[in-house]
Ligand binder design. Sequence first.
Ligand SMILES: [Zn+2]
Length: 138
Amino acid sequence: MDASSSSSISSKRNVEFQPENPCYFGLPSRVRTSRTKDNPGKKFRLCPKSMNEGPKCKFWEWLEPETPDNEVSSGKDKKEQWNLTLKICTLENQISIYKMKMEQENLVVRQELEKIKWKLFTHKVLMIALFLLFVFKK
Ligand SMILES: [Zn+2]
């Protein structure tokens, strides 16, 4: 009795409970370290009752690799920055496409304008010619 209680006290020192990651029953999950061949030393959390006898839920998941908060946030920032860069690139591409379209349209408009000017000029010449013809016929 004495030996078992003292060993449970010494093991409790290393037990890490995570109230922010509760098990399916809302109990603070318990962090343990894997000792399997495939994942040696990898930490996972599980139902705190998993070591006890009796009913327990099957809550179990790997802990995310421990990264300092600022590193995580900088990673997020980098992702956001990358997303923004991508958006800006897309927008710049769109703008250049619109510019090209506008220039093409401008060219078409200018060509149309030149055609109209030319038509106007020929009509004027024709009118003058007709006017002169009319005058000289008299
Ligand atoms: Zn549980």
